[in-house]
Design a protein around this ligand. Structure first.
Ligand code: AMP
Length: 605
């Protein structure tokens, strides 16, 4: 690697000496591959179910390797809290997932019905995800740090039939509201140890008695496989529907954007409760037949460097908040760890500061490759590739098979159309709404039971992402900010409306407005502005009480960290709270000037 001429920021472009790579990059010639690639071609590289009958994610991820004589390969390598290592081969994973499918079938769970998880990174999760696909049912992961309210809402909206969880999470977050979830037929505890809670079952006992399902349920490419909840500016969480054909995109993006090769030891640090933990923590790497490292613990700098070194991780997919935390821990933590096996580092989920890209070069010996996607896209859409120069601060260029564009917006943020076609912003470095031409296999197929909300995501022939971006003269995309009010804190997408609704249930709160404020490590922190009801006076005690109330209901990852009292919140004439005004006031910007808010400071004019 060497640094060369300056890009559009003061940060130098990082060029690469591909001749010195230990492994030939899968995407060696970006332009040529874009010209020749087709999704059909990628689909043909997968197997399909035996007998040419349909497509099933679990078969592509696991059983296919077993049929090809690769069953003895190590599929999952769990690093337990005590640093002990437990491995599962592809053959074992095929058996475990087959048993889970049988358990579902014997419990009367049918195709299309929803199986939820509320779990950390434990071995049972992987059998549950893949076994659910084998049964033709739909998997929906939940973030285990959610409080009871987000859990209840999602189980209810998604009509959960089965929940797989732990005893502690069940007791704390589900048991108290079980009566309000009449559809929830079965709760499986992964750690029941022979004594399940009332109205739950012991998963280990059921698995021990089960025979692996012989014939995977025949699913078609367009059958629903996954449900991922995400948040919008208003309303309830949205359940993005994904289908089995998404595996075609997981395969192709794993190949191009993560450069997966069969001998890789791959580590994705994302939480399995979110889309990255599913698409790139489970499906994409298994489809490529690599060994997936799974750390059951949360981030700890010393532990993470040790894992990278001892497990000889070759490809690492992580997130800006995590990298900033490592950066904060200081280079000494990395010293003494042999990171020579590492050959590719990628990051997703939030803007990646150029400093972090360069830090990677210094401390890991490799720059960090930013890439962009979102729950709705189901897979990576824009990326920095191993063989392509990096412009630090840029998200990179669209994947082969993906057409990206920037749609012009009017003053209200609506897309500008002419004769039914979206008007595109084509001048280099001009800002528009990042948009994608529909048609890639992992595109969401709807928001569960919300047809109108889904329809509003499309205009003039494009899917509108809600993000603002610009594109430089060489086709690199640069993130500018969200076009709406959703908040990204430590990589978690948070809907302000959900937080406001919870705050307003506190007896002292009349109205609440919630925004994200910049934070050097978490990207953004959730901040609430609260108008009190008559009869309540401002005090530190009340402030802490309201924060504590929100934490208990929403969980620490979603609840506001900061809270200010305000005599009155800014509103539109129709009474809607103007979050953008709250935000510009908070940051001391001219009212309404938010176009450059989320840019890294050195990119702001
Ligand atoms: P989620 O649906 O939770 O995965 O969040 C998707 C959103 O995260 C995107 O719409 C962006 O706002 C943000 N995001 C994801 N990747 C990046 C990135 N590389 N740079 C900046 N923002 C990102």
């Amino acid at each position: 690697m060497r640094t060369g001429t300056a890009g559009p920021t003061r940060w130098p472009t990082i060029t690469k000496d591909t001749g010195s790579f230990a492994v030939r990059p899968n995407l060696a010639d970006y332009e040529a591959t874009r010209r020749t690639f087709s999704w059909d071609q990628a689909r043909n590289e997968l197997s399909g179910l035996p007998g040419g009958q349909g497509l099933n994610m679990a078969y592509e991820a696991v059983d296919r390797h077993v049929v090809r004589g690769q069953g003895g390969r190590e599929a999952l390598r769990f690093i337990r809290a005590d640093s002990g290592v437990q491995s599962l081969t592809y053959l074992e994973l095929a058996g475990q997932s087959g048993k889970f499918a049988t358990v579902l079938r014997e419990l009367g769970i049918r195709r299309g019905e929803r199986v939820f998880s509320l779990l950390g990174r434990c071995p049972d999760l992987y059998a549950a995800v893949l076994g659910t696909f084998k049964n033709g049912s739909v998997f929906c992961p939940l973030f285990s740090a959610f409080g009871p309210e987000p859990v209840r809402q999602r189980l209810h909206l998604g009509a959960a039939r089965v929940l797989v969880t732990t005893r502690a999470l069940y007791r704390k977050k589900v048991a108290p509201l079980r009566d309000s979830l009449p559809d929830l037929h079965v709760v499986l505890l992964v750690d029941a140890d022979g004594t399940p809670e009332p109205e739950t079952l012991d998963l280990a006992e059921l698995m021990a008695a089960a025979v692996p399902l012989r014939d995977i349920e025949v699913t078609r490419p367009d059958d629903m496989a996954l449900l991922h909840f995400t948040s919008g500016t208003t309303g309830t969480p949205k359940g993005a529907v994904h289908v089995h054909d998404a595996v075609t995109a997981h395969y192709a993006t794993g190949r191009f954007a993560l450069d997966l090769h069969p001998d890789d030891i791959y580590w994705c640090t994302a939480d399995p409760g979110w889309v990255t933990g599913m698409s790139y923590g489970i499906i994409a790497p298994l489809v490529h037949g690599v060994t997936v490292v799974v750390d059951e613990e949360e981030l700890d700098a010393e532990r993470w460097y040790r894992i990278l070194a001892e497990q000889r991780v070759t490809v690492w997919y992580t997130a800006p908040t995590a990298l900033r935390m490592l950066m904060k821990a200081g280079p000494d933590k990395a010293a003494g760890h042999d990171l020579s096996a590492l050959r590719f580092v990628a990051s997703v989920g939030e803007p990646l500061n150029p400093e972090v890209v360069m830090w990677g070069q210094d401390v890991l010996g490799l720059p960090v490759h930013d890439n962009w996607w979102q729950t709705e896209t189901g897979g990576i859409m824009i990326a920095n590739y191993p063989a392509m120069p990096i412009r630090p601060g840029s998200m990179g260029r669209p994947l082969p098979g993906i057409e990206a564009g920037l749609v012009a917006r009017d003053a209200d943020g609506k897309p500008l159309l002419r004769d039914g076609e979206a008007l595109l912003v084509n001048d280099p470095d001009s800002i528009g709404e990042l948009a994608l031409r529909p048609g890639w296999p992992s595109m969401f197929r709807g928001y569960l039971n919300e047809e109108e909300r889904y329809r509003r995501c499309f205009a003039g022939g494009w899917y509108l992402t809600g993000d603002l971006a610009r594109r430089d003269a060489d086709g690199y995309y640069w993130f500018v900010g969200r076009g709406d009010d959703v908040i990204k804190s430590s990589g978690h997408l948070i809907g302000p409306f959900e937080v406001e609704s919870c705050l307003m249930e506190h007896p002292a709160v009349a109205e609440a407005g919630v925004i994200g404020v910049p934070d050097p490590v978490a990207g953004q922190l959730v901040k609430a502005f609260v108008e009190l009801r008559q009869g309540y006076g401002q005090s530190e005690e009340l402030r802490l009480d309201i924060i504590g109330f929100a934490r208990k209901r929403l969980g620490a990852a979603v609840a506001p960290r900061l809270l200010d009292f305000t005599p009155s919140l800014p509103r539109t004439r129709s009474g809607k709270i103007l979050r953008r005004l709250l935000k510009s006031r908070e940051l001391g910007l001219p009212e309404g000037d938010l176009s450059t808010l989320e840019q890294a400071p050195e990119q702001r004019p």
